[in-house]
Design a protein around this ligand. Sequence first.
Ligand code: PYC
Length: 324
Amino acid sequence: MPDTALPLRIEVIDSHTAGEPTRCVLSGGPDLGAGPLAERLEKLRAGHDVYRRAILCEPRGSEVLVGALLLDPVDPAAAAGVIFFNNAGYLGMCGHGMIGVAATLSYLGRIGPGKHRIETPVGDVTIALGENDEVTISNVASYRYRARVPVELPGYGMVHGDVAWGGNWFFLIEEHPFTLSLENEEQLTAFTWQVRLALAANGITGANGAEIDHVELFTAAHDLANQSRNFVLCPGKVYDRSPCGTGTSAKMACLAADGKLTPGQLWRQEGILDSVFTGRVELDGERILPYITGSAYVTSEASLIFQSSDPFRNGIPNHDGKAG
Ligand code: PYC
């Protein structure tokens, strides 16, 4: 797609959920038709990827931002459709992002207290606006695909993890030598990135050969009110500042499969910034229906400007030379 396809101006609202930012794109996005969200995602990926790079990558964005393109839903009874993306590509679902979308729609007055359905490329999600900025999302059905899968890591040795779906594919590791604290971020990123590379090199995937693009480490919570603490590496080699909604869904699927989490029991997942998502599950056959509660806050309402003479109009390529 030629650069000129970018409009001069794209309206966005930024928010953060438990510290992890979301940029909601309100208008100025490409015409993706009115088909199912999965179909529109493929059109965006194949023909209009410049939007993702220009909106999310530097100099207008940063590697930590997650984008949420707001679209008309297929079913007019739904509140919106949304496609999530980041500096590296596209996400099936995004838990913190969906809580950010809920806070943004509420800020705009487009939704009020109560439940609202949102369409995503991987299925419908319900958002419920509660009191004190709390949002509960009922995420897509989640499940553990494989338990205790071994993977050999150059420089680290053998590591075991579960492969689970929570709206994205995760490799979840309980046994590791690390302290999950912000000061160890570089070490944690290096390790989880090695895991990601080793999974790909060893052909370890999610169902139907899907790439596992999120790696999650766990340890005991710092706050005794919480059940667990995590560090989550996202596809663009950046860590999730929040406890990760889809990662918490994947975690609860593994716990439920092991009989360690029963329907209705609360799971308070602490993230690397000490912020917390509260989860619970309902059972759906072999799968779980995860509920994730958290809060998001609007941080800015802005127009992104794309001047035709700007050499970085389409975003700055990643260090590997690939554009986003
Ligand atoms: O909260 O699901 C999530 C998420 C995925 C990537 C970043 N956050």
